[in-house]
Design a protein around this ligand. Sequence first.
Ligand code: HEM
Length: 536
Amino acid sequence: MTDFNITNLLFLSPFYFSLVFPFLVAFFVSNYLKSKTRKAKSLLPLPPGPKPWPLIGCIFQMVKNRPTFRWIHKIMNGMNTEIACINIAGIHLITVTSPELSCEFLKNQDSIFSSRPICLSGELISNNYLTTALAPIGDHYHKMKRILTSKVLSSKRHKWLQLKRDEEADHLVRYIYNQCKDSDNQLGCLVNVRTAARHYCGNVIRKMIFGKRFFGEGLENGGPGFEEIEHVNALFTVLGYLYAFGVSDYIPWLKILDIGGHGKILREGIQSIRKYQDKEIDERIQIWKKGFKTEEEDLLDVLIMLKDENGNAMLTSEEIKAQIIELMLATVDNPSNAVEWALAEMLNQPKTLEKAMQELDMVVGKDRLVQESDIPHLNYIKSCAKESFRLHPIAPFNVPHVSIKDTNVADYFIPKGSHVLISRPGLGRNPRIWDDPLKFKPERHLKNNGSQVVLTDHHLRMLTFSTGGRGCPGIVLGSTITTMLLSRILQGFTWNIPADFSKIDLTESECDVFLAKSLVAMAKPRLAENLYPAYY
Ligand code: HEM
């Protein structure tokens, strides 16, 4: 992410500076007075945190100490606190690493902490808050969430879309198999697991929404073509800048300057996504209008045909377009990241890998490919995925929750408008909660009574899908995609560390929490040749 020093820019651009200076002063002073008045009303202190400068709070520290999430975690560790308050230009960031306090925010006082920030990335991605996940609380949000839970992500709809997911699970195996077939090496071939995982997720959601896996032709071996690579790369670029602590998120007057360049990167990324998706959506709307289609076949049909009680369309074309971007973003990141990290950890722990393979061989055998109907019986595989979500979440923080009124939490005052940031690694790696927290140990999720392992944790000892009113409506789909991805790649292939290495390098990237280098591993087919699906 772009590193930037705000002071440099202001001094380098006197014209801009003189233009915005009066607004800045008015903005800071009004924020300061508002927060002083509110604070005076409460007897309780704010959570501990770095001492803010008058008016501007800790914005200079935030900009100077990129990546901001590492700076925040360092502050919390240094202060030995599981809740902190960092004042950025009058907005209180409440950061949390305690499960008990997280439950207080997301469960007990859920209705107060149920909004989302107004910020550049949220505004651009959701096309001015036309979607669900990024929309502040209000009628529009409630309409969209109801549509998603009852019409798009319901269990009935999940079953309806199974054939499409099955096809993509087959394509995944075939794509890796073809890479092995094309290689001369008897020991197998080098596979970029990140590429395979991300594209599988992209293909699944494209197939479910648009009824097609590719916008273009794709590669002959089943891999992504230019269009899919651009689409998925753009999705990850946009995800990288979502809620990325941009300066203008705290000082909206600075939006026109695009400090740090977030706006430009986001706009270009969104444009790359929309140029493929919007065309499909416009064409489909016309097909329905002209009466060329009478039967719903995918989620795009469903979204277009949603009607209110008066028979009017429930969603405008702009709402459909924005919501589809959000569904794409919500699907590609978590499952692919969890499976990449899980396999990387398992390659360094052969016994864990062996146990997972044994489970697959016992539950599924080697005469057929693992299916979604096997998922309830794959507890060890699911515990590997869950352990990966615990130790290696996709993002340092949960999607921000914004408070809609003043309240108190755990003897601290939390002012209206605070941004609550629950730390995902902070929960998952909390040494008070987890034994040996930095060790990848799937067994910790197995239940003594043999009951089913699920990827959710409503007690927030770790955060996969979160909980409460803002909790993820895609639990079933997200769990299915993750488990199928891990199961299929493990069942279909014997995986090994590449010959030149003794271990997989598990270093985390400095600027985000991905594996620093994409996982590349040796894959060798382990099933009879006729089980690897042919192209269709
Ligand atoms: C393993 C996969 C997934 C994980 C780990 C995951 C995780 C999350 C998390 C942590 C949140 C934020 C909850 C909060 O604000 O407290 C969220 C929200 C959301 N997720 Fe997921 N998600 C996954 C898959 C999906 C899928 C497949 C979809 C839909 C296609 C989806 C749709 C959404 C939506 C719409 C929200 C916003 C909910 C709201 O604001 O009310 N997610 N997800």
